[in-house]
Design a protein around this ligand. Sequence first.
Ligand SMILES: Nc1nc2c(ncn2[C@@H]2O[C@H](COP(=O)(O)OP(=O)(O)OP(=O)(O)O)[C@@H](O)[C@H]2O)c(=O)[nH]1
Ligand SMILES: [Mg+2]
Length: 438
Amino acid sequence: MNKKNTIYALSSVYGKSGVAVFRISGENCIKIISKFTKLKKPKDRRVCLTKLYKNKKNNEIIDRVLLTYFKGPKSYTGEDCIEISAHGSPAIINALYRELNKSKLCIEAEPGEFTKRSFENNRLDLTQVEAVSDLINAQTESQRNLALSHLEGNFSKKIKNWANDIKHILANAEALIDFSEDEVPHKIMEKNSKKTKKIINEIRKYLNDEHAGEKIRSGIKIAIIGKPNTGKSSLINYLAKREIAIVSNIPGTTRDIIELNYDIRGIPVIFYDTAGLRKSSKRIESIGIVKSIEKSKLSDINIIMVENTREMRKYNIKEKNKIFVQSKIDKKIRKINKKSVIKISSKTGYGITKLINQIYKLIKFKRNSYDNPHVSRERHRNQLILSLESLEKSLKSNQIDIKAEEIRKSYINISKIYGKYDIDEILDVIFNDFCIGK
Ligand SMILES: Nc1nc2c(ncn2[C@@H]2O[C@H](COP(=O)(O)OP(=O)(O)OP(=O)(O)O)[C@@H](O)[C@H]2O)c(=O)[nH]1
Ligand SMILES: [Mg+2]
């Protein structure tokens, strides 16, 4: 990627819409404004209503637009930027693409290139770059909250504080190597150990969060399992408010896993309808059953559909990860006489709210993800663990040079979270998730 190129992209979705937003970033912004408009000197961060000309001499207009100029470095990318809000018509969008291309003043941006420049120009750190992508992909309140908190820098502030403390510990350790003991402050070793222990405890406590952030990002997995014909597919259809799964009174109807994305009071969950569990001689059904068992193991919660207490004993799943449900309660059936078994009907909707409340009870997170943001990616967690392990090793050694080496490793690993060291390979992974215009 050539940093000197001025780039442009449609930042809103292509098609018919109220407004189509084009974004331009780079040193040719002013030239572009003077080529396409009659504006004399655009003011920084001021919106102006103006005509965009295809040809200024014969007053050939592309559209009447709102144009905002952001002078670098105080812009999203850190470079001169323009945002053009045109009418959202495919014809106008196409004309703008054509004319911007023809001007040779800018080239079309690659996915995530605006944000990449923002990172390169120190406008955003790596956790904030990731948060931009998460915010765009956010479907629920908790995802929006978490992404926004990371974008505001709350998470990296926390990490940078630890990194800063580790850097000081490292500086002290280096001083002990380079200078004799009477040249350095009194009891510096003890103070270093005390500080290290404090950081270790804080990071350990912080990581003990049931992976809430990662779950908020990717959705909480809930498998609906049980014997054939117990009403699993009927339940997922009721929740989806449409027929996403085939329902029949023939046991063994469902074979493939069927997914439903769902929002429980802002928390994203994914329900999985699975093949009924039984011994089957049919090949395809058996494959489905193997998949059901795998899905059940990989899920955070299992909704287990049962018809009697005997069936309940078969499921060896932790208490906090399972909910027993008896369906078809609208029919004349023998009700299971246990309060813990939620009785529902997928025909009338009876008991479904109770079931959703019970799920919410199991999945709601203690920590407020905005003010005290969770680790939202495995990448962050892995780096924190590496950093923590090095701190622990540094405490175990009595040799100051080994101590210093471990503290340095700890510092490098924690710094990689917000992007200071060897970040090229991480960048490629992150920007693969981006869309054009961001
Ligand atoms: N009256 C009534 N019938 C239900 C209810 N839930 C399911 N059924 C019926 O029970 C039969 C089996 O329902 P399914 O939802 O296909 O059961 P399943 O557990 O998905 O079955 P498999 O896919 O074979 O494992 C169908 O005839 C449904 O119409 C309910 O709440 N009330
Ligand atoms: Mg089914």
